[in-house]
Design a protein around this ligand. Structure first.
Ligand SMILES: Cc1ncc(COP(=O)(O)O)c(C=O)c1O
Length: 608
């Protein structure tokens, strides 16, 4: 874990630090992190010419010889970083595939242009500061990056939420003063005080409320009584318990696979598995959906495999890329089932058909679907009868299962290979038995009960209908995720603050880089435990906040390869709706389905 933190921190710091670095070559931990970091090319590029020690670092030399040309790799990496920094990845992708046909980019890119100008002014101030001492320079560079983040309105403020056991989705919101002045237990007695307030949580990923289920809690308590708090070691050295082995068997059964392997999180499961498989297969070529989660993108990068990105959910584009690839190369298609921000679902069958045709492995992330779909909770692939066609399924036990930890399920051979070679599995502590026992109870329970799944779907449908009836700009997703569009980072934060402080409703603002700039939103996640009364209160509160802030109730937007683009006027304000019938001819057929599903004149997806 320590090396992961070091690695991540280094990666984040590398790009902005461009001056002298007397400390860089000194610490062994840093050496190791640098060696492991896939950001190495970016680091090398950033420090080259400024740091006299860099050239003599053994690991760097080794890395150099491993690459055809360090310059090439470094430049490529820097370009990639710039691209990601300056533009939203999704927007860039859409632009290259013909968004211009449907959109006026000048109109659509207003918030992106603003973000770019913030980035440019930050870079200018960074250049000015290069004459200062290196420590001062580092501080001022980082401070100006932070200031830019705040100016853009996407600085993340964490809200202290104490869930109430047995009362989900109710929770206590602790004001920062309460945290400073009282223990958590003490502050409970302050419930009537200004500092601690009861709220209803609407952005929780404990989708089914399993984190509060007595089945799960009693399994956790029993395991603590029997085994204590921690696991005591890595999986290899005294950290495998009967709880772990049983959980892996249960997960395999839930997915109807031969085997499963538990990781410390879904993120680590994706990163470690993709890194390992990409490295194990010589010449491996990975085909990755454009909207894949960061954990998969990192895993693919770490694997060093050749990577082609296909447009989101676009099987025709995937086919083109597969056709163009070396027919003898081992191939893997990497995608998600439910995309968590728009709530859309992958064409799993069509992707598996292509995988069969081109002899590719399939890697599906079912993180937002496990426990929620399929008759054993095995996800959308199971619901659609495609599980056996997915070579590797990855999941989390933190969301639908309500606890913590990640996993993969696959053939015994693949699982054994990842178990044997994955650094992210081998060199980290095993999950505590109590957590593992709770996970097992949850997975087992949801293998047999359909009640929660059915109720969950009904709740999501009901909330969407209520939002539509209130003329609020809900995105009609095909899954349980209910995005409510705002389209501006600062407004999004204001909406969230008003909901929390005035209406006692907690919905965290969702902004870049989680979603493309200009598509900021609330992401509402109704669970089976959200009652009609709670929904009515939510909708009334939203209606009042929308009126108070004068927010648009309709957007003129298009979805291009699954990426939403909101049309804007010259001032950057969202353009509100025109009627569908006027624009139908111009609307690409790829989003007719979504339009059909929309009630008359609510949210129209129209071309500019
Ligand atoms: C698609 C996807 N995959 C993987 C993860 C990581 O899962 P975990 O939270 O268990 O690390 C997330 C997290 O939100 C996700 O959205």
């Amino acid at each position: 874990m320590a090396s992961r933190v070091a690695k991540t921190t280094l990666g984040a710091l590398a790009a902005p630090l461009s001056s002298n670095c007397p400390f860089l070559a000194r610490t062994p931990a840093l050496h190791q992190s640098i060696n492991q970091s896939t950001q190495l090319p970016a680091l090398v590029q950033s420090f080259r010419g400024h740091c006299p020690f860099l050239g003599s670092v053994g690991h760097v030399s080794k890395h150099q010889s491993n690459n055809q040309s360090i310059n090439e790799t470094a430049n490529q990496s820097v370009n990639e970083t710039n691209k990601l920094d300056g533009l939203s990845k999704a927007y860039a992708e859409a632009k290259t595939v013909g968004a211009n046909k449907f959109l006026n980019p000048a109109k659509m890119s207003q918030p992106i242009a603003q973000a770019e100008s913030v980035a440019q002014s930050t870079d200018a101030s960074i250049k000015q500061s290069t004459n200062q001492s290196s420590a001062e320079t580092a501080d001022s560079i980082i401070a100006s990056k932070m200031a830019a983040l705040k100016r853009e309105g996407r600085y993340r403020v964490f809200i202290d939420i104490e869930r109430q056991s047995g009362e989900f989705p109710k929770a206590f919101h602790h004001h920062p003063d309460a945290i400073r002045e009282h223990s958590v237990a003490q502050s409970r007695t302050l419930q009537t005080n200004e500092q601690v307030k009861e709220v209803t949580v609407w952005c929780n990923n404990d989708y089914l409320g399993m984190g509060q289920s007595e089945v799960v809690l009693s399994a956790m308590r029993n395991a603590i009584s029997r085994s204590g708090a921690g696991a005591g070691g890595t999986r290899n050295i005294s950290g495998t318990t009967p709880y772990h082995s049983r959980l892996e068997q249960t997960l395999a059964a839930a997915h109807e696979k031969e085997a499963a392997l538990v990781f410390t999180s879904g993120y680590v499961a994706n990163d470690a598995t993709l890194t390992t498989l990409g490295k194990l297969l010589p010449g491996c070529h990975i085909f990755s959906d454009a909207l894949n989660h960061a954990s998969m993108i990192e895993g693919i990068k770490h694997s060093g495999a050749k990577r082609s990105v296909f447009r989101h959910n676009d099987v025709a584009h995937l086919r083109e890329l597969l056709q163009a690839a070396d027919p003898t190369a081992p191939k893997m298609i990497v995608f998600e089932s439910v995309y968590s921000m728009d709530g859309d679902i992958a064409p799993i069958k069509e992707i598996c058909d292509l995988a069969d045709e081109f002899g590719a492995l399939t890697y599906i992330d079912e993180v937002h679907a496990v426990g929620l779909y399929g008759d054993k909770g095995g996800g959308v692939a199971q619901r659609d009868g495609q599980s056996d066609r997915c070579s590797i399924i990855s999941g989390t036990m933190a969301k639908g299962y309500g606890v913590f930890g990640g996993y993969i399920a696959a053939s015994s051979l693949l699982v054994d290979a990842v178990r044997s070679f994955a650094s992210g599995f081998i060199f980290t502590f095993s999950l505590p038995p109590s957590v593992v026992a709770a996970c097992e109870a949850s997975v087992s329970y949801l293998m047999h009960s359909q009640t929660e799944r059915e109720h969950h779907q009904e709740r999501a449908r009901t909330l969407k209908e209520m939002l539509i009836a209130a003329n609020l700009p809900v995105l009609l997703s095909e899954s349980h995720i209910v995005p409510l569009m705002i389209g501006d980072a600062k407004m999004c934060k204001q909406v969230s603050d008003l909901l929390l402080n005035k209406h006692f409703i907690y919905a965290q603002p969702i902004n870049y880089p989680t979603v493309p700039r200009g598509t900021e939103r609330l992401r509402l996640t109704p669970s089976p435990l959200h009652t009609n009364e709670m929904m009515q209160k939510l909708v009334a509160a939203l209606d009042s906040v929308w009126a108070e802030l004068g927010l648009p109730r309709q957007f003129n937007y298009v979805t291009i390869n699954g990426v939403i683009h909101i049309e804007r006027d010259e001032k950057g304000a969202p353009v509100t709706c025109c009627s569908m019938s006027e624009n139908t001819a111009a609307v690409p057929s790829s989003f007719m389905g979504a339009i059909d599903a929309m009630p008359n004149n609510q949210m129209s997806q129209v071309a500019a």
